[in-house]
Ligand binder design. Structure first.
Ligand code: BG6
Length: 485
């Protein structure tokens, strides 16, 4: 396991090109993460950040705009900002315009020469997905192409990685015309979350759990990815996505893979991702009737009035489902998943409900061990254990409670800090490989295809601030179980 905890510092000069440098993602997530790495002295001494967007801005205006966002979000900038900002530049241009790519190549070339070609180039696609194609095509047809052939060049692609299997395959094919698989970093920011990374340590380093992690000991698993926020001005994107594509295809299936994967032969990028892909490929594909029975969709009241949303939209803002993994370890162990927007609270957690011992007098549904793995916002692990109540002839469930914020003095790193550091270090373990993405789309496309053939659902069907439609409760109640909130 220790192999996973690698030294995080690297001193090769690095040049970032951020396509979409003036955009929201760069302001909200990327730049704050890079600046935080700088403050922690985790960036190489020599680095440059070139923001590339359509918006007309000078270098100074660009720096100011990044700075005001940091300030607005209450980030501590201090004196270091002045030093840091000297490494930030801006290129105003168009993703469909080859000349802009030639100009950028010249800038990169200058940087490479200065360091005797011993430098890394990171091309970061922080744009809406429609811009990916012109960008990749212009990389191919400009001088950037020869730069990209160097092994020290990486391309980072944000989700959505396609809209279905077919578009994901096309995008992969385009990328592969220029880049090798090991140069492509597909981001699922959930994999950068500290608690998600800990899932593998927790499972495989704690023998007590590792040996009881299967159908003999586990009754069922629940995964909840609940959000209180709504569309956050992304109505147009969401209308083409819906909860199934926005959350289930990526974050939820990645969590399933972490929970269910076999122990890899080695804890390295190849073996961990092989095991994850195996799980996603082993998800049971339901018949039409099973889809109707095991998958619930919902839409909150008021969704159709949101900006960018069709007045008669049937896009789902909530999904709950029961799924099965078809392998020996997980045979007939249901995994219940639910995710939605505008719900009662923000909470991402995984529950492992162990089996009770039917021979014991005390056993009942409530007398079985429960492991609650809180991914966010209150990061921690809770275990319910059976314990004799002191002074009484009675056994009750008692709580063992690990809270990250009480237990660990260290700040919990932001997911983007972890991911950007790994990109610089050239470690792609926390990035999603081509085969994982394609297997996830296969699973999701199958459901969507059946949904498209069914009569339209009875939308909207849940109130804001609740836990979704009643059918989500029925889905699990029918099996004699209940959601653990
Ligand atoms: C993104 C989705 O991938 O994840 C958003 O596109 C969602 O719709 C977000 O709000 C949730 O991320 P987090 O880290 O807040 O759980």
């Amino acid at each position: 396991m220790i192999e996973l905890l690698k030294n995080k510092i690297n001193d090769i000069p690095v040049f970032f090109v951020i396509f979409g440098g003036a955009g929201d993602l760069t302001h909200r997530k990327l730049l704050p993460a890079i600046f935080s790495l700088y403050r922690q002295k985790l960036l190489p001494e020599n680095f440059k950040i070139l923001g590339f967007s359509r918006k007309p801005l000078s270098d100074t205006e660009y720096r100011k705009s990044l700075y005001s966002k940091l300030k607005k979000d209450g980030k501590n900038t201090g004196k270091l900002w002045e030093k840091f900002t000297k490494n930030i530049f801006y290129h105003q241009g168009f993703f469909a315009e080859r000349n802009d790519f030639e100009e950028i190549s010249l800038k990169i070339e200058g940087f490479l020469k200065k360091f005797d070609y011993n430098a890394e180039i990171i091309l970061y696609l922080a744009t809406p997905a429609q811009a990916y194609y012109p960008i990749i095509q212009n990389i191919q047809s400009s001088k950037l192409r020869s730069i990209c052939e160097g092994k020290n060049t990486r391309i980072v692609v944000e989700k959505p990685f396609g809209n279905d299997l077919k578009s994901a395959e096309i995008l992969n094919k385009e990328l592969k015309k220029v880049f090798k698989e090991e140069q492509i970093y597909r981001i699922d920011h959930y994999l950068g979350k500290e608690t998600v990374q800990n899932l593998l340590f927790f499972r495989f380093a704690n023998q007590a759990f590792d040996t009881s992690w299967d159908k003999k000991s586990i009754d069922h698993v629940q995964i909840s990815i609940l959000e209180s926020i709504g569309l956050e001005s992304r109505g147009t994107y969401y209308e083409n996505a819906g909860a199934l594509r926005d959350i289930i295809q990526n974050h939820a299936l990645q969590l399933v893979a972490h929970i269910a994967m076999e122990k890899p032969e080695y804890f390295d990028e190849k073996h961990i991702r092989n095991e994850k892909a195996d799980i996603i490929r082993s998800l049971r594909l339901y018949s039409k009737d099973e889809i109707r029975e095991h998958i619930v969709r919902g839409q909150y009241k008021g969704y159709r009035e949101e900006k960018g949303v069709d007045k008669s939209s049937y896009v789902e803002t909530f999904v709950a489902m029961k799924l099965f993994i078809e392998n020996e370890r997980w045979e007939n162990v249901p995994i219940y998943i639910r995710s939605g927007k505008k719900l009662k609270e923000k909470q991402t957690k995984i529950i492992i409900k162990f089996k009770g011992d039917e021979d014991l007098l005390i056993s009942s549904d409530y007398c079985a061990n429960t492991l609650t793995y809180n991914i966010q916002p209150d990061e921690g692990i809770e275990i319910k254990l059976l314990n004799k109540t002191p002074g009484k002839e009675k056994v009750e469930l008692a709580n063992l409670d690990l809270k990250y914020r009480e237990e660990f003095k260290e700040k919990i790193p932001d997911a983007y800090e972890t991911l950007i550091l790994d990109i610089i270090r050239g470690d792609s373990t926390l990035f999603v490989r081509n085969d994982e993405i394609e297997a996830s789309w296969e699973f999701v496309d199958h459901i969507r295809k059946e949904w498209n053939r069914m009569p339209p659902p009875n939308f909207p069907n849940y109130e804001k601030g609740t836990l979704g439609p009643n059918e989500a409760e029925d889905l699990i109640r029918r099996d004699g179980r209940k959601w653990i909130n």
